[in-house]
Design a protein around this ligand. Sequence first.
Ligand code: ADP
Length: 460
Amino acid sequence: MFHRILIANRGEIALRVLRACREMDIEPVTVYSEADREALHVQLAERAYCIGPARAAESYLDRDAILTVARAAGCDAVHPGYGFLSEDPAFADACAAAGATFIGPPGDVIRTMGCKAAARKLMREAGVPVVPGSDGPVAGPEEARAAADTVGYPVLLKASAGGGGRGMRRVDRPEQLEPLFHEARGEALACFGDGEMYLEKLIPDPRHIEVQILADRQGHVIHLGERECSLQRRRQKLLEESPSRALSPALREAMTAAAVAAARAAGYENAGTVEFVLDREGNFYFIEMNTRIQVEHPVTELVTGLDLVREQIRIAAGLPLSVSQEEVALRGHAMECRINAEDPAHDFRPSPGRVGFLHLPGGCGVRVDTGLYPGCELPPYYDSLAAKVIVHAPTRLEAIRRMRRSLEELVIEGPRTNTDLLHQLLYHPDFIRGSYDTGFLERELDTLLAWSGSGEEEST
Ligand code: ADP
């Protein structure tokens, strides 16, 4: 087993990994930018090293700075968390070259799955259903038009290197294709330095459902059920739950089997997520595979009772999975709310700054993952996720009630947050029925803002 793990991340996920290390008797080493000097992941670690200025490009994304620390501190492994360098194949390779095990899949697997046109092809060959669309990348608007004519409008133009919805455009009519192709490719080049595009049929009002996978070096691949992630604003997830109300036992079995087949076809190792869209007729299609731990992983931890970061570390150390598929039991219902420091009354603009009084919810079935403490500073340089409130209960209705009361207990003085909006969402009749799709939150946003009072606030 490893002796010392370098945690190449910040915020709640750095703490999440630090805690797993402690419980496994592994010494956590953390790194931080100048903006994070007072951060909890620095204060809780015996060893923390400053790796550069606030800007992520000069600190949390600086491979050399991080590996210099890893070598100097004698770390035998690196955990990348999510975001930052977690899906950078060059970083995974550089860790291996520096003699530190990258806690994730091999660089080549990240490379293949990071190229979404190639991943689609691999999945189709493995018999995993993919969204109808282009065979591989489309070189220009002409090829895109030919593919769109075959599958029928509306279509989605997507960037192969895409993420976070960037480089993606919906095209409703043939004459829009050429201008939108250039627009999407321009955005992909600017964001990812890679303009490769492909095309998919647009699935109307789908659900976004993903399957958690674990795969070890001994060849075991298991799934840990699904997470329903359809509650999104601008393709960012806000609330996730497991199990999904949209899956019958037969559909769950088919989808999880497809996810296991996908992981096998990819030669996958470590924890990963296979993402699908589900249409209204119950057909599901692979959209991408995420080769890292996800923000919403605690939902799966609460229904399975497993510690996913611990499993990640064990797998990277060459140990077999601690459970077999038969031993995985999915119990009760779990739900996560992402508390973001942003102002819903002003188009969700980021709301960084100093936190004053802080009260976090607790009690039966409640878990809070956060780097917040009273008096801490939320720097403006990074994403706005401030805390994750996760609940577990025997049934979905009890989980909803537990989440409502948890959000009522939450007090964050200082930055504005989306807490009231989430609280109102938990009272929406369609949410309570479990009948929602990826467009639901944006369609209902004005209603929810009015209910939460955020729509009427004085402008400041
Ligand atoms: P990114 O990596 O940029 O987030 P994804 O391929 O994961 O891109 O898609 C992001 C979101 O867009 C999904 O959660 C889903 O809501 C929606 N989406 C993706 N592909 C389709 C599709 N073919 N039809 C309808 N919606 C889609």
